[in-house]
Structure formats: C-alpha cells, structure tokens
Design a binder for this molecule. Sequence first.
Ligand code: ADP
Ligand code: ADP
Length: 221
Amino acid sequence: NDVLRLEAVGKTYGKGGPAPVEVLRGLDLTVARGEVVALVAPSGAGKSTLLHIAGLLDTPDAGRVILNGRDMTGLPDKPRTEARRRELGFVYQFHHLLPEFSAAENIVLPQLANGISQRDAAARAADLLGRVGLSHRADHRPAQLSGGEQQRVAFCRALANAPSLLLADEPTGNLDPETSDRVFDMLMALVRDTGLSALIATHNHGLAARMDRVIGLNAVA
Ligand code: ADP
Ligand code: ADP
C-alpha cells in the first residue's frame, strides 16, 4: 500500500545533445501510506529533479512514477495536473504565500480552485490554522507574520486540499535553528494528525533522524 512508487527512474538533461547530464539512474523509491521519509542529498545530487518528478512537474526518461497505485508516467498534462491538485501538497524553503491575501485566504483559495464551497474551505482553513497555533493570525497578511509563522501558514496551505502525499523541499531551511526545530515539530504533528505521507528533503541530519526512514541520494558516478 504505497502512496508513491518510483521504479527504475532515470533522468538525463540534454539527452542527445553535446553535453548530456545524467542525474538519476535506476532510482527505486517508495513512500508507504502514513510514512514520513527523509531525502538527504548533497547539493547537485538531483534532489530537485527527483522532487519535480515525484511532483508530476517533470517526467523521467526511464522508469515509472506510480501515485496511489496509478501509473502516471505516460499520462497527458491534464490528468497529471489534476492529480497534482488533488493528491499532492507542496512546501518549499520560502513560503510563496500570496502577499495581498490574509493567512486564512491563502488556505481557502486552493480549495475554491478544487470546487470546495467557501464555507467548507473557511472551516478547514480555521481548523488547520488552529493546529499550528495561528488562529489569532488568520486575518493577517504574510508580511505581518514572522518567518516561522509564514512557514506554518504554508504548511496549512499545502494540506488545504487534504492531499495524500506531501512533498517538501527544505521546509524549515530558511529559519534560524531554534525556530526551525520548533516549526518542524509542528509540521510533523500536522502530518501525523492527518495521516499524511511525506517525502521531505533536508540537509539537516537532526531533522532527518526524526522521520520514519532516511533515503540518501548520491550523484550518479
Ligand atoms: P539538487 O537539487 O540536488 O541540487 P538538481 O536536481 O537541481 O540537484 O540538479 C542535479 C544536476 O542536474 C546538477 O548538476 C544540475 O546542474 C543539473 N541540471 C538540473 N537541471 C538541469 C537542466 N534543466 N538542464 C541541464 N542540467 C540540469
Ligand atoms: P494551475 O496553474 O492551473 O493551478 P499548475 O499545473 O500550474 O496548474 O499547478 C497545479 C498545482 O501544482 C498547484 O497546486 C501548484 O501549487 C503546483 N505547482 C505548479 N507549479 C509548480 C512548481 N514549479 N513546483 C511545485 N509545485 C508546482
């Protein structure tokens, strides 16, 4: 019962050109339902490439990407975008919240895009903000929030549409170590409370050790 399965995934940039760059070769990776997996990779090893492939934003040139039992590999853009919207949540090092909208609105908008009613979307936003201790910041804009608060809102936004898999790239990498630790705890609690599965890239071995399993990614020789 795997949420995500990468089978023998390969990726080469500039294939057939004068200077191809082979980034992934024969990569197998699974995330089981409810599992939180750390992805630890030195810079340049292909972490972003892997997350883009898992996030259906890029396609491998070998192997298969299976999301919730469905082979996504050869599918056209439309079902891939649809699956991305419904089944995946994304968190980055920087929050990428919409500056002109409040914290709550930033969590409501992706739900409206998925056909959820304003009322249900607002209730879910309030619930999520409560879980990360930010009920009192619901009506504030991102610029009025601290870095740690902004990231916590970004976590809520990622979970807004109740995805089955969270993909995170250095989700606390922009925060000072103490804040990073605290905010990471909240992310883990949020993931556990909602039964979410996650693949979380981090350079921080301390954070990686708190996840269920660690996968190391090395540059292709
Ligand atoms: P990481 O996120 O681990 O730093 P990336 O996945 O961004 O690594 O990149 C892995 C390797 O692939 C790097 O050597 C990078 O220069 C190369 N690369 C990434 N994207 C492209 C691209 N669009 N074209 C050519 N090379 C690329
Ligand atoms: P649309 O713009 O119609 O929403 P997209 O394919 O651009 O369609 O986005 C679908 C989902 O994929 C969104 O939830 C968005 O957050 C996510 N997404 C889009 N582009 C990226 C990207 N470069 N990196 C990570 N997530 C992305």
